[in-house]
Design a protein around this ligand. Structure first.
Ligand SMILES: Cc1ncc(COP(=O)(O)O)c(C=O)c1O
Length: 390
């Protein structure tokens, strides 16, 4: 089907919630994508941080196809090996004690919100249910996670009433301390705010927030939906901060392209959920989990060091481009502030064969596959240089 035909069908039959770039994607290899009409692109978006080993990843395909030949779905009424193995792998690698599987980042965060409220209810009784989140954060599109999202523009009147129970603070320890009350059961943070502008939270602030939470038995939830699974050069970004969260949520890269979310429970909340407290028809699906095992197994020390090195290489060269005002982020999660509108830069990059993303605050956002190659990085730098400095 030619592009125009796909576009026509899409706009006739799919709800108009997305403003898409003017190309389709139909195949590729690693960080190289192609459209139906044969255009080629270098991919610095990875399906918004999902395809961390790029497309057509042999090991992931092999794991998924092997599982497809066994059973595609069993429901959570029965045990399945891939889910058990993935949970064990995540716990071994992070020190978490239990995992709940869902299908997306928003669902992983919903689960964290329910768990935090229940932890507090079980221990302290009713009324200690509020959660502090940060201004500029993004936690998802369901009504609860939209409410958790600390951006006024994400709370339009047409979707009201919102959930309630959330308080918003600036990204400093003092502001979080001021927002915490006797009714607070948790603080939820993205350590690098992705959609909010690739803002890296300060080391001292995060450690002070973690200490405050610990001292008052307030659960610290870290949303690693975007930062997780090697993206920042550590398996999870909280490792950069030397803190011990109580709950970590993740999705995107974990499934490598199949829908999968995970909520990881550490020490004190490991047994917060009992039978019937939470559930999901598809959560822990054996195909998604088999693919995820092949991903998490490969996120080893060498790969993470490579991610750090590639991130530094890109950061150094991006900072030298004329009209670049700032380069923020960690590892292969980078935000570039320039003198030009980010949307315009993304559009021009696309025309020259490079796919990039944008974020709030007019940032160009770069999230290439972790396996992006040197020549692909050089191509991206060359195009960004042309587009930004012209
Ligand atoms: C930090 C963060 N949390 C939650 C979400 C929501 O994830 P999903 O779209 O899988 O529901 C996103 C998605 O961009 C995200 O970046």
């Amino acid at each position: 089907m030619a592009f125009e035909e796909i576009k026509e069908k899409d706009s006739r039959f799919i709800a108009h919630t997305y403003s898409r770039f003017q190309t389709d994607i139909c195949g590729g290899e690693g960080a190289r994508l192609r459209s139906e009409d044969g255009k080629e692109y270098v991919d610095f978006g990875a399906g918004i941080a999902v395809n961390i080993f790029g497309v057509n990843d042999a090991a992931w395909k092999e794991a998924v196809i092997a599982q497809l030949g066994k059973v595609q779905h069993a429901s959570n009424l029965y045990y399945t090996r891939p889910a058990a193995e993935l949970a064990a792998l995540l716990c071994e690698k992070t020190g978490a004690k239990k995992v709940f599987f869902s299908n997306s980042g928003a669902e992983a965060n919903e689960c964290a919100v329910k768990a935090a409220r229940k932890y507090s209810y079980d221990k302290y009784g009713a009324g200690r249910h509020r959660i502090v989140t940060l201004k500029n954060s993004f936690h998802g599109r369901t009504l609860t996670t939209l409410t958790a999202t600390g951006q006024e523009s994400m709370h339009p009147a047409c979707f009201a009433p919102y959930m309630g129970g959330f308080d918003y603070a600036d990204a400093t320890a003092d502001a979080v301390r001021a927002a915490v009350t006797r009714e607070t059961c948790a603080v939820m943070l993205e350590l690098i705010q992705g959609e909010g502008g690739v803002n890296v939270l300060g080391q001292e602030d995060v450690r002070a927030i973690a200490a405050l939470c610990h001292a008052r038995d307030i659960l610290l939830i870290v949303d690693e939906v975007q930062t997780g699974n090697g993206r920042t050069g550590r398996l999870y970004a909280y490792e950069h901060y030397g803190i011990g969260p109580d709950i970590v949520t993740t999705a995107k890269g974990l499934g490598g392209g199949l829908p999968l979310g995970a909520t990881m429970f550490f020490g004190k909340c490991e047994n917060v959920f009992g039978a019937g407290d939470h559930g999901s028809t598809f959560g822990g699906n054996p195909i998604a989990c088999a693919g995820a095992c092949s991903i998490v197994r490969r996120l080893d020390k060498n790969l993470l060091l490579e991610v750090q090195g590639k991130g530094e290489y890109l950061r150094t060269h991006l900072s030298r481009i004329k009209n670049v005002l700032s380069v923020t982020g960690l590892g292969l999660m980078l935000g570039v502030g320039t003198t030009k509108p980010a949307k315009e830069i993304a559009q021009k990059c696309l025309e020259r064969g490079l796919l990039v993303l944008t974020a709030k605050g007019d940032k160009v956002r770069l999230l290439p596959p972790l396996t992006v190659k040197k020549d692909e990085m050089d191509f991206a730098l060359q195009i960004l240089n042309e587009v930004i400095s012209e």
